[in-house]
Write a protein that binds this ligand. Structure first.
Ligand SMILES: [Zn+2]
Length: 733
């Protein structure tokens, strides 16, 4: 294709009519032409058939050339008409003006444009003006109009165009008088106050009545975050069914309540954001107080709030304790109720009541054990106050205190334990020490029931053993509530057990106040004041051993495994405590020592039979291994100080303790988990730090870190015992 086509000169524009129609033909057209649409259509049809290319305007021009003259006389606009147009354009529609002046719509519309009358003008405000002045969105203003709160003047327009809305300053002021909640006019910018004459409005009231009509409480399947509440990056989501025990506010017909005038209120019943506008237009200056909100919340529990007291359906006053136990029943979301619980404890609620044990209730000792002087003293504190948290060091004999408290007082007692292993250990201890004991199991709720008999063979007491994880509602009443490892009690699910009805309470834990979430402070309000948390005296008298602590710095996880191997070769009885199940399995396979974790059957039996062993988190607290020489803190739960100290405690129960060692990489020691070492030092233990040298001969040194991570004894236990690894074998091949 050549370019010449584009360069060719433009065709001269055809002068229409001239070339298309002759003068004669134009005269013919002029003779029939009368200016009406119908006639033009007819002519167009006729002439386009004769001369293709004839258009409407060809016909009109041809008629003019042929000598057609219009008979219509043009009416000029008088100054009076212009004035009428100016005055009324913003009040009347264009059609009304046209009718009044005896002119057509187009004539009127053209004239107002010619003399410069704008679309929006006049004294009244348009929605656009209001939006600019108040910064309230135009859709809101249209909403006020639709609700009938704002009465504007609307000017109709042709062809279905939205009418133009004019708001008079008076209409705006009456809106703000009736609904002062929509705009904080006392704090409006000065220019707005002047433009809208807002200073003439009365002072706004303080409170408004709003209604929650949320329907969010309905059964639905929606994406829900799963797993931990705090995550790095996006939380994993899952489609889950949400169900509610209560009807939504919408189904209840709305929940009305008082809110501050300019607040964006949230519903005290369902927590949803509620419209800022008062449907009923009710306002007050008098503080409505909290009674209504409390009543709304009480009704969710089937109660009412009248005269400052909570009442049940029959109008009887309900005690705070009953409310609390229903508030914290297992049906509620644990994470939410622990928050409310914290608030209550902060507000001064205490669950540990101080009530001395009456002398006649303290019976003779039936256990085959003598208390030391300091233990006797601790027991006396319990007898005097009826509630205490024993925070003595591990190996002080806290569980002995618990057993004494339970067996010297007759009745039904509650014992809360942390793990299955600890429950087995409690049963083991009581079986050895008591004259006779019967162990029963009960399902629904899952518990163990111990019946303890005295030397004459009569029942001394019954102990119900529950785990902190139970979802059962612990109502009681019980005589003594014994909370083992009580630092577990302020946990999300477990805290509700603090409401169990017990006459006396004793909490046992050497680390009651070290929780990372700071809830340790609540322990003393749940089970009584801390006793024995200063270990210095217990260490000086030699009751508690000053165990040397070694922090061994290693290079990586594989190095940790190697160091464990060396310690196992040197000492006869070693307890390794690790976090990940994977690590435990690895050590079990590599060194042939049992790994005891939550899935292990007959845990206590396996534990008692072994010389050395690996324990998962279940061995962190409470377990005693009397023949243990060295304990190894292999890997832990982040910077948990409780875990760190508790693991050291495993060795304190031993008669042959040599040292406790903590294996840490440099990153763990200095950057991430320094708190673990600090917790030990703070309690008065001497900490030595050393760097473990890597054995040159290690096969692991030959492998890249990526391969080290992949190759494990789990893949081939026999080869790994020989120091061979799958990948090095295949590379050698
Ligand atoms: Zn609601």
């Amino acid at each position: 294709m050549s370019n010449t086509e584009f360069l060719s000169p433009r065709k001269p524009r055809q002068v229409e009519g001239q070339s298309l129609l002759s003068m004669d033909e134009c005269r013919q057209i002029a003779g029939e032409f009368d200016g009406t649409t119908e006639r033009i259509d007819a002519l167009l049809e006729k002439w386009s058939a004769i001369k293709p290319g004839v258009k409407r305007h060809t016909i009109i021009r041809a008629a003019k050339r042929g000598g057609y003259q219009t008979t219509k006389d043009r009416k000029d606009w008088t100054p009076e008409e212009d004035r009428f147009l100016r005055e009324n354009w913003h009040r009347m529609s264009a059609d009304e003006i046209a009718a009044a002046l005896g002119r057509g719509f187009n004539s009127v519309n053209l004239r107002r444009k010619r003399i410069g009358i704008g679309r929006y003008d006049g004294e009244d405000l348009t929605i656009r003006d209001l939006e600019e002045q108040t910064r309230i969105d135009h859709r809101q203003w249209h909403d006020f109009v639709a609700r009938g709160w704002l009465r504007p003047r609307q000017r109709g327009r042709r062809k279905g165009a939205a009418p133009i809305t004019y708001v008079s300053v008076n209409a705006l002021r009456s809106l703000l008088k009736e609904h002062p909640e929509i705009y904080d006019y006392r704090r409006a910018p000065k220019a707005t106050i002047v433009a809208l004459e807002l200073d003439r409005l009365p002072d706004p009231p303080a409170w408004k009545r709003v209604v929650c009509r949320s329907s969010s409480w309905r059964e639905q399947i929606k994406p829900t975050p799963t797993g931990r509440t705090v995550t790095h990056g996006a939380a994993p989501m899952e489609m889950r069914l949400h169900t509610f025990r209560h009807r939504s506010c919408e189904e209840e017909g709305g929940t009305p309540f008082w809110a501050l005038l300019y607040a964006s209120p949230s519903c005290p019943r369902c927590g949803c954001q509620v419209s800022r506008y008062s449907e009923e237009g009710l306002f007050t200056d008098l503080d409505p107080g909290n009674d209504e909100v409390i009543d709304i919340q009480a009704r969710k529990l089937g109660l009412t709030w009248r005269d400052g007291k909570l009442r049940d359906a029959n109008g009887n006053v309900v005690s705070d304790r009953d409310i609390l136990s229903s508030l914290f029943s297992a049906g509620r979301r644990a994470a939410r109720s622990i928050k409310a619980f914290e608030n209550l404890l902060d507000a001064g609620l205490s669950l540990a009541q101080s009530k001395p044990v009456a002398p006649h209730r303290l019976l003779a000792n039936i256990l085959d054990i003598e208390l030391r002087a300091d233990q006797e003293q601790a027991l006396q504190t319990f007898v005097e106050t009826g509630s205490m948290t024993a925070a003595h060091a591990m190996s002080f004999g806290k569980s002995t205190l618990g057993m004494m408290a339970m067996t010297r007082i007759a009745g039904r007692h509650l014992l809360m334990v942390d793990t299955q292993l600890l429950r087995e250990q409690w049963i083991e201890k009581l079986t050895t020490l008591a004259p006779r004991i019967a162990v029963g199991r009960c399902h629904k709720p899952a518990k163990h029931v111990l019946t303890i008999y005295d030397r004459e063979g009569t029942v001394r007491c019954v102990i119900d053993i529950f785990s902190y994880q139970t979802r059962a509602r612990l109502d009681g009443p019980w005589v003594v509530g014994c909370f083992d490892e009580v630092h577990r009690l302020p946990a999300a699910l477990a805290h509700r057990h603090a409401f169990a009805r017990t006459e006396y309470r004793i909490g046992l834990s050497s680390t009651p106040d070290l929780r990372c979430d700071g809830r340790g402070a609540f322990v003393s309000r749940m089970t009584g004041a801390l006793v024995g948390d200063d270990w210095t005296e217990q260490m000086c008298t030699g009751v508690v051993k000053r165990i040397p602590v070694k922090v061994i710095l290693v290079e990586d996880r594989e190095h940790k495994h190697e160091v464990v191997g060396e310690i196992l070769r040197q000492y006869g009885s070693v307890v390794v405590l690790c976090e990940a199940i994977e690590d435990g399995r690895e050590l079990e396979l590599r060194y042939g020592i049992p790994f005891i974790h939550s899935q292990t059957k007959h845990k206590l039996k396996v534990l008692r039979a072994a010389r050395s062993m690996v324990l998962s988190r279940i061995g962190d607290t409470g377990i005693s291994v009397p023949h243990c020489e060295v304990t190894v803190d292999h890997s832990g739960l982040f910077g948990s100080r409780i875990q760190s100290l508790q693991r050291l405690g495993r060795l304190m129960h031993s008669d042959r303790a040599r040292f406790h060692c903590v294996l840490m990489t440099r990153v763990e020691r200095y950057e991430r988990f320094a708190g673990r070492v600090e917790a030990i030092r703070k309690k008065g233990f001497e900490v030595v730090e050393e760097v473990a040298a890597r054995k040159e001969a290690s096969v692991q040194r030959l492998l890249s870190p990526a391969l080290q991570a992949r190759v494990s004894a789990q893949e081939n236990p026999y080869l790994s015992m020989l120091g061979w690894l799958k990948d090095s074998l295949s590379r050698a091949a």
